[in-house]
Design a protein around this ligand. Sequence first.
Ligand code: 5AD
Ligand code: SF4
Length: 468
Amino acid sequence: MALTQLVSEEEIKEQRFFTQRVRAVTHMFDRIPLAYTHSYGCQQNVSDGEKINGMLAEMGYGFTDNPDEADFILYNTCAVRENAENRVFGNLGALKHLKNRNPDLIIAVCGCMVQQGHIADRIKKTFPFVDLVFGTHVLHKFPEYLYSIFAEDKRVFMIPESDGVICEGIPVKRDSDFKASVPIMYGCNNFCTYCIVPYVRGRERSRAPEEIISEVKGLIEKGYREILLLGQNVNSYGKDGSLDFKGLLKELDSLEGEFKISFMTSHPKDCTTELIDTIADSKHISWHLHLPVQSGSNRILKLMNRHYDVEKYLSLVDYARKRIPDIQLTTDIIVGFPSETYEDFRETLKLMERVKYDSAFTFIYSKRSGTKAAEMDDPVSEEEKGKWFRELLEVQGKAGDEAYKKYVGKTLRVLCEGRGRTDESLYTGKSRQNIIVDFNGNEQHIGKFVDVKITKALNWALVGEINE
Ligand code: 5AD
Ligand code: SF4
């Protein structure tokens, strides 16, 4: 089964041929043509964006942050909530005047949002100046589509239905030269009833461990210091293969060098005490578990099709805190799922007070057409949900205020990432727990590990002084 999902050598060769054909076209421009690309949504999508940029670079494009001067504009979209989609529609509308000014401008839209048929139709009808729309399953065919726009001068819409493929060897233009995202699996089989992802990203499929290990090895040799392993549910990595997620982590942890391995996202139904032990016993794995709980009500968890209850979730949290006392625990919460009552919501507050997350990503439920939850009765008003949401932020704010105080006076090893977030004169990085730490660094520290003595705790970051 795994083999048939792999894009064949011939197909990859074919795309290399189209890459060269586009390159021949871009060579004829009187200057290097510029691409403006933007990826919305999660890290997986941002990682796809790095592949798109890699393909563009090979096709002869340079890059710009300014859409006004671009010859090619691409939005790589997200569908997870309605506001993500509305933002894309708004931004697309604003491109009309650029196309009027420069009819040779090519405008493309890809990603999760357009994988939904009704959205692709809407773009076709409402945004006639969009030249190219392609879905998540044909990302690797981007050179072919771009070439056909140059050659045939007509609009291209490619949104095939598919369970998804794995394509190795797509060029990647990474956004950072010390932090790298590495997808280990694609797609999702969980069908949480609120979630569009399984419909737009296809079935779960894992990359071969040899491919991942050799990519990570190469990155570390090139000087990358943080590797972020990506998957919708990393705990089900390699279900049909020889190496499971713990095994993969152990292999990567045994590589030589100073580097950090992080991963996201862990589904609580598949998270095990063995995984926590693997983190605890590791040399390089971040002491950070992002464990989205979504709700503290067992009734709502059941309606969400999450396959765990609050008791199982709390036992994982307790085990993680016991094995790794300095672990950072973060979560995602949805407020206002269909039929949720204030009583259910209070259960979520209770859970948050009990767990005391370091931080939480909180969302108001957004109806996604085609999902099971979209068919459920949803009687609570948006206004009421907004009130609950603010209550939740308040409870989380208090937990966050307390969470980082224990680090004051301690020294943490920090990977410096750039200029400070609390203060422009400071530098910033992340600790092994993935907590943001601002400190008195300099340009030379960027991309390196430094020891920082913590002097102050804010509710979203730590501040400290470098120990040299
Ligand atoms: N409405 C609101 N939030 C959602 N998420 C996923 N789907 C929806 C939806 N329909 C949230 C979940 C998930 C995070 C990535 O986005 O909390 O963990
Ligand atoms: Fe990522 Fe999901 Fe948004 Fe797609 S829909 S970009 S998988 S968050």
